[in-house]
Design a protein around this ligand. Sequence first.
Ligand code: CP
Length: 315
Amino acid sequence: MKPLLTLEMSQAIQKAANESRTTQSLLTIDQLSHNDIFTILDDAKCFSYSQKDWHLSQERLVANLFFEPSTRTHYSFISAEEQLGMKVANFNPMTSSQQKGESLSDTARTFEAIGYDALVIRHGDDDYYKELDQLSIPIINAGSGKAHHPTQCLLDLFTIYDEFHTIAGLNVLIVGDIKHSRVASSNITTLERLGANVKVSGPTELQKDGETRFEQLDNALEWADVVMMLRIQFERHEEVLSIEKEDYLTYYGLTKDRAARLKDHAIIMHPAPMNRGIEIDSDVVEFSKSRIFKQMENGVYTRKAILKYCLGESF
Ligand code: CP
């Protein structure tokens, strides 16, 4: 009996299906609609239990290009990509033609020309992706300068949503180095867009100019459902802090005494890496209210959902 489909026909159908799949970049969190965000959060939930072993419909090549140091974002992307059945390359700028002066744009276009299907990029420039608009393959922004960290924002939203089953109406207190934090920039506007109430705290010299959400830490602890501590980014500071590093925890950090004043249901978050003993007491990291290592676990589920979204795949 003749097969219903010849090999050529089945390959042509697969090719047409692949071509009709809409891929898209994730450059900033603002580009995502309310619906897109909740689709990604729902998919992340599915990846955390019922779709653990789900693979992309075809093998795809992805390259991770990290021009700034990273542990969580880089390695959780590798984990997510491999769990989805992708072939993964990890680009090392130090052993690449970047050392011969090649531009980011030419490096990225090289990956596209040699057959890569998607790029995950972390870079020190706030808007590096603007020079990549000639590329047709999706780019996922894994952190850019002080401006954007959309995948961290989504995993933070997932952690909050998984805990409270809502974002709207929650009180979120973001504490620390707001001025230099791409996590704060991405999270504040998105949390407010989704209906959360946001306050910020920390040294005034580490707040953005004209900040109207500011509250003293000790006045806001009982108000918060979520306390999101941020790393003090000493490496980005141009200004001198008004207090010594050794005094930071006492004045602005989440000490054990401050953590004891939080609501029973409140959770403590931190995108990490942490300066234990500076913005957060090391013991508080291990408190039952802390979701800091849970955030890292959630990073894998969320990044699987982001890859699924950017590659136009469906369950
Ligand atoms: N939270 C975060 O972006 O951590 P890494 O710098 O280790 O990726």
